[in-house]
Design a protein around this ligand. Structure first.
Ligand code: ADP
Length: 717
């Protein structure tokens, strides 16, 4: 896992290191740069100082060239070389093998050391522990900690790792803990601090520290000591010494010149290295290093080096820190977002609940349809009114369910359906009377409005329909129509009744007299000697009675004077409203401007409602008939209710037609007086009878343009 992270981070790290080193990305430099691996945790200036005699010598021997030392850490070396930020590189053969495999470098020469009179061109690692440590042999290292400089250090780690592997301990596995520190001194200190740790250093470093009196040899035990006649303390196999290589972009001629110079160079120009004097020789066989790299599958033979979590964090703490900070901040942002989402979700749910509450509280039925006519939502009133359940409707096309046929049973077409029309023409539609089919296939009379729904861009995405069950209104209308029929019927009955009873009453006596006298006359004429004079008297009586019967018609009016039943307190406004409703169509049809003038508060009168309505209806009809005779724009008809006193109210019907001639005014209330072709001439006569039965009289005053019929009624308290 860590190695994968390392692989991913490697290019990033390389760029970051180049940036940190402030190295130019171009290879063009006035100086020849020699990169030197920093394997001992020295500071840059220490390395540059140590190598300055060397580059001064080169500059002297190669006029026209200037040289520069670039100290390189283990991890930056490959990136710097890949980017040609140096011209030459001096490093261990393990790192160089990888660079060589990538054709980045050509090896030129390698370092040699003279120790005493012995020349050594190989090095390895020394493994050591504190003298009092329980670790005495390599086997004792199981589950112990190996402290080293770097996992890429050949003498400083890989040589020891090789030896451990050969002794059955996986140096990269879990059987051994690895700890990497920044200098040989730190390795020694870590071992001195913990008897359960072993250290490994490249050969020579240990002796150097002893010589510098930084440590005392007796304090340590060397593990797996080797005795090959090698002049330094050694626990591992030996590997070829560091080599100097040129990068591919360096001219081979210059490289040759430099190689010659190096081979001839005296030790005094080179830093005191390891424990002896240093000089250069030609590069030699490198197969032992390659075998080692292959064994551990290290570059160039594979996979990246195994990095322990500790060393990874120690080395890339800033990236790790950045990663942790990024993770933390993204976690915090994620938490904030989740909380915000939760708040939004709660607000949304609240809104939805409110919406649902509003929709379910509305008495009207409400439903939505999409542009395909499919139901998107319904409210509770709709389900109650229609009997359809929500699940019966949601997602279904509504026209075939709710609006499939007209009231007469003929199929209703989708195109004609105003609900669809509203989102087709993008206009609201109002339908005052239609039918919806309930779940039980009952036709429900409805009025509804259908309004398009638009999205934020103004595109119509459906429609919302608000409808109302108008069954009651229809029934009220029917009741009203019945009422009118009843009124007419009553009027007719009243008329017939009055006439019949009047005629019966008035004719009864003269007819009885006629009949009796006629019988007497017949009996007399049957006698042998009838008295003609007496017969003539009887016939005279009969004629008189017949005359009396003739005058009966004129007396019919009196019959209306009879007391009417069911007189009670009735609202004048209600009576007016009923009567107006009957007449309204008539008024509209003839362009008659109709107005009512009445006190703000309603007045109750003692009356028989139907008969009072009949009177008013009659007066309004007469006025309407008269108004038709004048130009349409002038036609005005008013009903005026005026409180005369606490006890009485006047009801007047006024029109502005031609009026009634004086002679006619006196006759109007007599039966059969009419000026209309189809008139009966009974309306006013009956009306007068009714009003007289209410203890009042209808009065008329008329002149052209102003005719008023009025009567008074007692106010009910
Ligand atoms: P009908 O309406 O059948 O003629 P009415 O008794 O109601 O019988 O009316 C009698 C007559 O009175 C009418 O024919 C008409 O000539 C006259 N009349 C009634 N009201 C008016 C009015 N407002 N203006 C003019 N003439 C009227």
């Amino acid at each position: 896992m860590l190695s994968r992270i390392f692989l991913l981070l490697k290019p990033l790290l390389a760029i970051a290191l180049l940036w940190a080193l402030n190295l130019p990305l171009s290879a063009k430099e006035p100086f020849i740069k020699i990169g030197i691996l920093n394997h001992s945790g020295q500071s840059e200036s220490e390395i540059i100082n140590a190598w300055s005699p060397f580059i001064d010598y080169l500059a002297m021997k190669l006029p026209g060239y200037d040289f520069d030392i670039v100290p390189l850490g283990y991890y930056e070396l490959e990136a710097v070389v890949s980017n040609q930020q140096v011209d030459f590189v001096l490093a261990n053969q393990a790192l160089l093998a990888n660079l060589q495999a990538q054709s980045l470098i050509v090896k030129m020469s390698r370092l040699n050391t003279m120790i005493g009179d012995e020349i050594i061109d190989e090095y390895g690692g020394v493994i050591f522990t504190r003298r009092d440590s329980p670790i005495k042999t390599l086997k004792d290292l199981h589950k112990k900690t190996l402290v080293a400089i770097n996992e890429n250090a050949l003498g400083g780690f890989l040589a020891a790792a090789d030896t451990l592997q050969n002794n059955g301990l996986d140096p990269f596995g879990n059987e051994l803990y690895r700890e990497f520190v920044d200098s040989p001194r730190s390795v020694v200190d870590a071992v001195l601090a913990d008897r359960n740790k072993v250290g490994t250093l490249r050969t020579g470093f240990f002796e150097q520290l002893i010589q510098m009196r930084l440590i005392h040899e007796d304090d340590f035990t060397i593990i797996n000591p080797q005795d090959h006649g090698y002049p330094l303390l050694l626990s591992t196999k030996l590997f070829p010494e560091w080599a100097l290589a040129r990068l591919q972009h360096i001219d081979a001629k210059l490289a040759d010149q430099l190689t010659l110079l190096l081979l001839r160079m005296q030790s005094s120009y080179l830093p005191f290295y390891s424990t002896g004097e240093v000089f250069w020789s030609l590069p030699s066989d490198n197969s032992s290093v390659e075998t080692l790299l292959k064994k551990f599958l290290l570059p160039p033979f594979t996979k990246p080096p195994v990095v322990s979590l500790g060393s990874f964090i120690a080395r890339y703490w800033y990236w790790v820190l950045l990663g942790i900070l990024l993770t933390l901040s993204s976690t915090l942002i994620a938490i904030a977002l989740v909380r915000r989402n939760q708040r939004l979700e709660r607000a949304k749910q609240r809104l939805e609940r409110q919406n649902a509450l509003i929709l379910s509280s509305v008495a009207d039925g409400i439903y939505g349809v999409d542009t395909h006519g499919k139901c998107t939502f319904v409210n509770q009133s709709m389900t109650l009114m229609t009997g359809w359940k929500q699940e019966d409707l949601t997602g279904k096309k509504l026209q075939p369910l709710l609006h499939h046929s007209n009231s007469d049973g003929s199929p209703a077409s989708v195109e004609a359906c105003p609900m669809y029309a509203s989102f087709k023409d993008n206009q609201p539609h109002y339908v005052s009377e239609d039918i919806f089919w309930t779940h039980d296939q009952q036709a429900m009379p409805v009025e509804y409005s259908s309004t398009p729904i638009r999205d934020i861009q103004g595109e119509t995405i459906g429609g919302v329909v608000v409808f109302r069950d108008i069954t009651e209104r229809k029934q009220a209308q029917e009741r009203q129509a019945n009422h009118q029929t009843q009124l007419t019927h009553v009027a007719r009955l009243s008329l017939l009744g009055e006439m019949a009873s009047g005629i019966a009453h008035e004719l009864n006596q003269p007819l009885t007299a006629i009949a009796m006298n006629a019988q007497a006359c017949v009996r007399m004429l049957d006698e042998k000697n009838p008295d003609i004079n007496e017969c003539a008297d009887i016939l005279e009586t009969i004629a008189g009675q017949a005359e009396r019967a003739g005058s009966v018609i004129t007396q019919i009016r009196r019959l209306a004077h009879k007391e009417l039943p069911n007189k009670k307190a009735v609202s004048v406004s209600l009576i007016l409203e009923n009567v107006t409703n009957f007449m309204l169509r008539d008024f509209q049809q003839h362009d008659i401007k109709f107005k009512v003038i009445k006190p703000a508060d309603d007045i109750f009168v003692i009356a028989q409602q139907i008969q009072l309505e009949q009177v008013l209806l009659n007066l309004l009809r007469n006025a309407s008939d008269a108004l038709i005779e004048i130009p349409a724009e002038d036609r005005t008809l008013s009903v005026i209710i005026k409180r005369l006193s606490d006890r009485r109210v006047t009801i007047s019907v006024a029109d502005n037609a031609f009026g009634i001639i004086k002679e006619l005014q006196d006759e109007l209330f007599n039966p059969f007086i009419t000026t209309k072709a189809s008139g009966l001439g009974l309306g006013l006569s009956i009306s007068q009878g009714i009003i007289e039965a209410h203890g009042s009289r209808i009065r008329v005053s008329s002149e052209p343009g102003d005719t008023v019929f009025s009567f008074e009624l007692p106010i009910h308290h």
